[in-house]
Write a protein that binds this ligand. Structure first.
Ligand SMILES: CC(=O)SCCNC(=O)CCNC(=O)[C@H](O)C(C)(C)COP(=O)(O)OP(=O)(O)OC[C@H]1O[C@@H](n2cnc3c(N)ncnc32)[C@H](O)[C@@H]1OP(=O)(O)O
Ligand SMILES: CC(C)C(=O)C(=O)O
Length: 292
């Protein structure tokens, strides 16, 4: 998909959607389908959760897919050991970076967060893994601290930073400004992870792309915690319509994948996602919407 890369989190954040629990077989099938669509990065799950999550992750890793398979870890060594036990080679280390989450969720301070992130990154690298770092609740973080956290992650050897709009409070203008500022001040590659609480996950993801984020975190159908995440098929349509970027995703395969997910997620409203305006515009009625 060229310079722009997709990091799918249907199997991790998608499964955090209310009422959704995939079986091991469903997770493996979804991973195969994501790979067939040409998605470059697949977040397979959280090994620290134990069985059956770790079984699914092992099976996915054993498939030898083209996509890079990563696992989600808290900023601690025991989570990374659980990932290594599954055979993971690509470790995502995640930590809250807003003061509100550092204080209320972790009961810690900024120094603790940076030190534990660094220790976890360093450990994973020593084990021969590649590492990405996640900044949870980045949209509510103090900007100077976010820059400091990112610079330290980069120095430690992390490949990129996942900027999470964890509670979905950003809007596109602010997103563009904040991602641009982060890129300018850190030189770190950015992955944008948006939530849809105000219905702006796709718009914010597009704004992050316009600001220079090369990695877009998406889920099939926008499945994800609370109101969900940026949907893969929507941002595909937006990129095509507004940027003329055609990622040549096989439309039939995408529809089959969404239909499979509809059944696996048990979310009946999900099937209607393929009739969402953005997606439909470019797949069914493309001739009426000349590309820019
Ligand atoms: C915003 C997000 O989407 S984050 C991803 C969220 N997804 C999930 O949490 C998946 C479901 N969660 C689980 O199954 C479990 O919470 C597990 C397996 C991940 C962890 O289980 P446990 O360790 O038994 O319990 P628990 O969730 O209470 O862990 C809390 C501990 O993790 C710490 N912690 C939480 N997040 C992080 C983090 N990102 N980095 C470091 N430590 C963290 C807490 O401070 C707390 O530490 P303490 O034990 O010293 O007080
Ligand atoms: C763990 C992260 C990336 C997440 O899902 C969020 O903060 O929204």
């Amino acid at each position: 998909m060229g310079n722009l890369k997709f990091a799918d989190t249907t199997l991790r954040d998608g499964e955090q959607a209310p009422g959704v629990a995939f079986t091991v077989g469903e997770k493996v099938q979804i991973a195969k389908m994501l790979d067939s669509l040409g998605i470059e990065y697949i977040e397979a799950g959280i090994p620290a959760m134990g069985p059956p999550e770790d079984e699914a992750i092992k099976e996915i890793l054993d498939l030898g897919l083209k996509a890079v398979i990563s696992t989600w870890n808290r900023a601690n060594i025991s989570d990374i050991k659980a990932s290594l036990a599954c055979g993971a080679k690509h470790i995502h280390v995640s930590a809250p970076v807003s003061d509100i989450q550092i204080k209320t969720k972790l009961c810690k301070n900024r120094t603790w967060v940076v030190e534990n992130m660094k220790r976890a990154v360093c450990y994973a690298l020593e084990q021969g893994c590649s590492v990405t770092v996640g900044a949870e609740d980045a949209s509510r973080a103090d900007l100077e601290f976010l820059i400091e956290f990112t610079v330290q992650a980069r120095r430690e050897g992390a490949e990129r930073l996942r900027f999470a709009d964890t509670i979905g409070i950003l809007e596109p203008f602010r997103t563009k400004q904040i991602i641009g500022m982060l890129l300018e001040n850190t030189g770190m590659d950015i992955e944008f992870h948006g939530h849809n609480d105000f219905g702006m996950a796709t718009a914010n993801t597009f704004a992050a792309f316009k600001a220079g984020a090369r990695f877009l975190s998406t889920t099939l159908g926008g499945l994800g915690e609370r109101a969900g995440n940026c949907s893969f098929e929507e941002i595909l349509a937006v990129l095509k319509q507004h940027e003329g970027i055609d990622l040549n995703v096989n439309d039939e395969m995408l529809t089959d994948t969404l239909n499979y997910l509809n059944v696996a997620s048990g979310r009946s409203e999900f099937s209607s996602k393929i009739t969402k305006p953005g997606y439909r515009a470019l797949t069914i009625f493309e001739q009426y919407y000349p590309l820019l």
